[in-house]
Write a protein that binds this ligand. Structure first.
Ligand code: GLA
Length: 386
């Protein structure tokens, strides 16, 4: 579903059934490069996509919130008690963010909220971060406060850790809150510093291809990868991955053992690739940038082992179109299904998308969801009447 923010806001308002007091929106994200290193002090290069979770809300005169979202059971959340994980499961993201505001001492009044979304779910495009960041942005409006983007993103990350059981890094929530039109959100995850990097060349198009295969991140594989990186760092006797060189990893290869040694090699090489990618982008060296995306995919597939057959099929098709418009392609996000990201010449983008669709479906029997996206505005509230 590709709907404008205005359409999504109108749909949310209609679902609420009365004039909203507040409307808030937060986008999903795609990551160009820097995968599985946001929890390793690395650099990441996501941008907010033009797919949003939008919420329309109105006071309800109680001390609880009542939430409705298409295709999900309604949820009712009392605000005057410590939040706990419960049913329906989708509401745990809401509870987590509400708890974040409660723990800051805020007294949240009762609200009715209608939620709509154009962020594909389970597609590696951070629909959960978009949901969290939309709740946080809505609560800011309801309470008449404004948190720093960083603090807001950190509340949302904590919600994901404690209420969804995913020990994620900071990339998704930072991309959703800091995103801006025509800007990449380059994050130095060691000091949590954000640099908004121009990405506005009309000759470049970013294609997102959702394989429609979905494996839960909370199934333990994500947490296991994170544990491997922690084990590796301890074995390397370093306090930050930024101090680790590839030589050091290779010297300790046996001692690190399988598969931790390969996990370590991914982290070190991906940090290097992402730093280099930022330089290449500034120098407008897009072919070389694309080659790093290809290398990132190989590392995620072989060393970090977070790809899957369907992601590999999609990436292989895209990479086979190098010279026919494609500059580079890789899986994006946590992996184990989800989406790929392809950097493409705009003049060839339509043709490339058609080929991806056709060949992926022929190879897997699954109809993919393929669309292009541009860096878009991050989480924000709408003024009444907007
Ligand atoms: C998920 C997590 C992020 C990040 C990516 C992999 O999206 O939420 O923090 O670790 O996986 O790069």
């Amino acid at each position: 579903m590709r709907s404008s923010l205005a359409t999504l806001a109108a749909t949310a308002t209609a679902a609420l059934g009365r004039q909203p007091d507040w409307i808030a929106a937060a986008p999903g994200r795609v990551n160009l490069i820097g995968e599985h290193i946001d929890y390793c002090d690395g650099f990441v290069m996501p941008f907010a996509i033009d797919r949003y979770v939008v919420m329309a809300a109105a006071k309800n005169g109680t001390s609880m919130s009542r939430w409705s979202s298409e295709g999900q059971p309604d949820a009712c959340i009392p605000h005057d008690e410590t939040q706990k994980i419960g049913e329906p499961a989708w509401a745990n993201y809401l509870r987590g963010v509400i708890e974040g505001f409660r723990s800051l001492g805020h007294d949240i009044p009762g609200i009715d909220v209608a939620v709509v979304s154009s962020v594909p779910r389970g597609a590696g495009l951070s629909s959960s971060a978009a949901l969290e960041c939309a709740v946080a942005t809505l609560l800011e409006s309801v309470l008449g406060i404004e948190l720093s983007k960083r603090d807001k993103a950190l509340i949302c990350q904590k919600a994901e850790h404690e209420f969804a059981g995913v020990p994620c890094g900071i990339m998704d929530q930072f991309a959703s809150t800091f995103g801006e039109a025509d800007r990449l959100v380059m994050i130095d995850c060691r000091n949590q510093e954000v640099q908004l990097v121009p990405f506005e060349n009309p000759d470049l198009t970013v294609i997102i291809a959702n394989t429609r295969v979905h494996h839960q991140l909370s199934d333990g594989a994500y947490a296991e990868r994170r544990r491997h990186t922690e084990q590796a760092l301890a074995c390397l006797a370093q306090s930050s991955w930024r101090e680790v060189t590839l030589d050091q990893v290779m010297e300790k290869w046996q001692q690190l053992g399988e598969p931790v040694n390969r996990r370590a090699r991914h982290v070190v090489t991906e940090i290097e690739r992402t730093q280099r990618a930022a330089e290449l982008l500034a120098a407008r060296e897009y072919e070389a940038f694309g080659a790093l995306m290809d290398a990132s995919h190989a590392s995620l597939r072989d060393d970090f082992e977070v790809s899957c057959a369907e992601l590999d099929v999609m990436v292989d098709i895209a990479q086979s179109l190098r010279g026919r418009g494609v500059l580079g392609a890789r899986m994006t996000g946590g992996g184990f299904g989800g989406s790929t990201v392809t950097l493409c010449e705009t003049a060839k983008a339509e043709e490339v998308m058609a080929i991806l669709r056709e060949r992926y479906q022929a190879a897997t029997g699954i109809e993919p969801e393929i669309f292009s996206s541009r860096p878009s505005r991050g989480a924000h509230a709408f003024a009444k009447g907007d």
